[in-house]
Design a protein around this ligand. Structure first.
Ligand SMILES: Nc1nc2c(ncn2[C@@H]2O[C@H](COP(=O)(O)OP(=O)(O)OP(=O)(O)O)[C@@H](O)[C@H]2O)c(=O)[nH]1
Ligand SMILES: [Mg+2]
Length: 321
């Protein structure tokens, strides 16, 4: 079983703590500068939560599964925080509510905290905002942290890489989306779940996934299990939770836990650097006279693209010194 975290779980569960948490998460989501300051000040207390990523195509039953995972973690005596990244929220406010409603049975439980993040224009990037929210929840002492995204874009992939255990959820009859998944998410899966196994074709989907997994590079000694669940009925959930715990044990026993955490942090740093550089570049390009002349020479053919890019880089790097 996953033992409760020894850290300050009280902070996560008492009412005043929750209000403060809500304010911090709002700041983290809306203001990259505030996020940097908040994460800096809380960093020493973060790192103890077990991070589970849940991703997969839209509507396969991720939130319904997460609702069960919350219950399993609670039964193990652990507190749980969920960050659900909602891709559809700029168009319909409804989906966020949907996630909340699905997990509503936990709403009276002080050991559970659920937060939806809208996937709309985040200044510092959605992945950065989600990772920062995770750091804050971690520092508050939650034992288990679940990150739910709809796994399609680079940004969702970046969020998943912040997790210790990545669960990729599929459903029967998705056809081409399995092929789409192959492009990235499938390779990083630690567990594969075919949900909606009450529907026709679940076995075929599982076989198809197994075949694709065999083609994918196998970077570790962990054999990715393929499980079938019916989240709407609670079938297969105990087995899924068991597999998540086994993966956790594997990470600890093999030493891969430290390697993954380290790799994740380095990736996070590089992502922040790239974002900051890109922002500075945009500012430089937008400023009148700065690089306009270089671009103009590229435009009229006097300068080749590589030389123009180098000239702009030189300008940018001189400025930042
Ligand atoms: N038949 C069947 N329906 C299910 C199952 N699990 C979930 N559903 C239903 O599928 C629909 C979508 O479930 P969600 O849990 O919201 O799926 P999701 O993957 O979180 O959806 P998004 O967050 O919008 O991508 C809901 O109507 C669920 O009740 C299942 O195992 N079998
Ligand atoms: Mg969902």
């Amino acid at each position: 079983m996953i033992p409760p975290r020894a850290a300050d779980e009280a902070a996560a569960t008492e009412a005043g703590g929750r209000r403060r948490l809500g304010r911090l998460l709002t700041a983290v989501e809306n203001d990259p500068a505030a996020a940097a300051e908040i994460v800096r000040s809380m960093w020493a207390r973060a790192g103890g939560a077990r991070r589970i990523g849940v991703t997969g195509p839209s509507g396969v039953g991720k939130s319904t599964l997460v609702d069960h995972l919350i219950a399993m973690a609670r039964a193990d005596g652990s507190t749980v925080a969920v960050v659900a990244v909602d891709p559809s929220s700029p168009y319909s406010g409804g989906a966020i509510l949907g996630d909340r409603v699905r997990m509503l049975r936990h709403s009276g439980d002080p050991g559970v905290y659920i937060r939806s993040m809208a996937a709309r224009d985040h200044l510092g990037g959605l992945a950065a905002a989600t990772r920062d929210a995770a750091h804050v929840l971690d520092a508050f002492g939650f034992g288990v942290l679940i990150l739910e995204t709809v796994g399609v874009g680079q940004s969702e992939l970046d969020v998943m890489r912040a997790a210790d255990t990545i669960v990729v959820v599929m459903a029967p009859g998705l056809g081409d989306s399995i092929q789409t998944l192959k492009a990235g998410i499938l390779e990083i899966a630690d567990l594969l779940v075919v949900n909606k196994a009450d529907r026709q074709g679940a076995k075929e989907t599982a076989l198809q996934l197994r075949e694709m997994r065999h083609l994918a590079p196998k970077p570790s000694g962990w054999d990715v299990p393929i499980l079938q669940t019916v989240a709407s009925e609670g079938t297969g959930i105990a087995e899924l939770w068991q597999a998540i715990r086994q993966h956790w044990d594997y990470l600890r026993a093999s030493g891969e836990y430290e390697v993954r955490r380290g790799r994740g942090t380095v990736r996070e740093v590089m992502d922040l650097v790239e974002r900051a550089l890109a922002a500075r570049l945009r500012a430089t390009l937008g400023a009148p006279g700065q690089v306009g002349e270089i671009l103009e020479r590229a435009r009229n053919g006097a300068l080749d693209p590589h030389s123009a890019a180098q000239a702009i880089l030189d300008r940018l790097l001189t400025q930042s010194r």
